[in-house]
Design a protein around this ligand. Structure first.
Ligand code: SF4
Length: 107
């Protein structure tokens, strides 16, 4: 990689890192114990996609597909804390789900 290419990669990396996304690594340790059966990492994926690429019906559809068949929406969270206790990234999932809910549970 030459100096110009390196500079471009650095600039793009910096821009991507500046997006207000949730640093979930998708380990899914949080999912099995959720009493509301919320597919937490999948809802974070929908949220991160909107924050990175802008609003799109595609991400709304993704959200809807992961909040059907008995799986709770972000607003269904009852704040039990199970998920936060097992998250290796120590994410504040309860609070983050409120952000997700504001984005997707508008109806
Ligand atoms: S705090 Fe909310 S998302 Fe986490 S396990 Fe409890 S109900 Fe599920």
């Amino acid at each position: 990689m030459n100096q110009e290419e390196y500079g471009l990669v650095k600039e793009v990396t910096s821009q991507v890192l500046s997006f207000p996304t949730i640093p979930c690594t998708g380990g899914r340790y949080c999912v099995p114990g959720c009493p509301m059966s919320i597919q937490i990492p999948d809802l974070f994926t929908a949220y991160n996609s909107i924050k990175t690429y802008g609003p799109s019906r595609r991400y709304e559809t993704w959200y809807k597909n992961h909040t059907r068949d008995g799986h709770g929406t972000a607003s269904a969270c009852i704040g039990c804390g199970q998920c936060e206790g097992v998250c290796p990234q120590h994410l504040e999932i309860i609070s983050l789900l409120k952000n997700v809910s504001e984005e997707f549970d508008k109806e």
